[in-house]
Design a protein around this ligand. Structure first.
Ligand code: AMP
Length: 181
């Protein structure tokens, strides 16, 4: 579902224009959604950030968690606009100190995501963001990490949801997608 109302429709149209489809990247058969042209367009980046912050204001989040790597590019400005901080959910071996880890299924093999143990306080309300929801494995792993830190997922936001891959069906909570294709 795209965001409600004319403002949401207009934003979804801008996303369609500014997200580039790249066939066979990074592997044959994958249609990669390249959000870099969207991020490079200042007014659209601002509109996306403002929309996500507005859509989740009632969720009363205290911190924004971004998933490596393009999720980081969204989490920073969203946190700034909302007046809170960011935490990073990263691939294995990138974060120093004690970390929580969770493994998840990739198309070929297994991935591991990590979160620093001290990054989230128990009960802290987290807005989780990423660029694309595909099969949902990455998001499910990130949700599990936040839960194992004792924090609470107040909302999940992505720019684009790939409907055919049915990622949202794997997740225990709703995902707000700016564009569902
Ligand atoms: P998945 O775990 O299958 O939902 O994959 C989601 C993660 O992989 C996100 O962090 C995306 O950045 C990336 N990803 C998966 N498929 C695509 C795609 N078609 N275009 C761009 N990024 C993708």
């Amino acid at each position: 579902m795209n965001p409600a109302g004319p403002a949401g429709d207009e934003l979804a149209e801008r996303l369609m224009r500014l997200v580039r489809d790249v066939p066979d990247f990074p592997l044959p058969g994958v249609l990669f959604k390249d959000i870099m042209p969207l991020l490079a367009d200042g007014p659209t980046l601002a509109a996306v950030v403002d929309h996500i912050v507005g859509a989740h204001r009632a969720a009363d989040f205290h911190v924004v968690a971004g998933i490596e790597a393009r999720g980081f590019l969204l989490a920073g400005p969203i946190a700034y606009a909302a007046g809170c901080g960011v935490v990073a959910i990263r691939k294995a071996g990138k974060l120093p100190g004690r970390v929580l880890s969770t493994s998840y299924q990739l198309e070929y093999g297994e991935g591991v995501l990590e979160l620093q143990r001290a990054a989230l306080a128990p009960g802290q309300r987290v807005l989780l963001v990423d660029d694309v929801l595909a099969t949902g494995g990455t998001m499910a792993a990130a949700l599990a990490l936040i839960a194992s830190a004792g924090a609470v997922v107040a909302g999940v936001a992505v720019l684009i949801e790939l409907i055919d891959l049915a990622g949202r069906e794997r997740l225990p909570m709703d995902v707000a997608a700016l564009l569902s294709v």
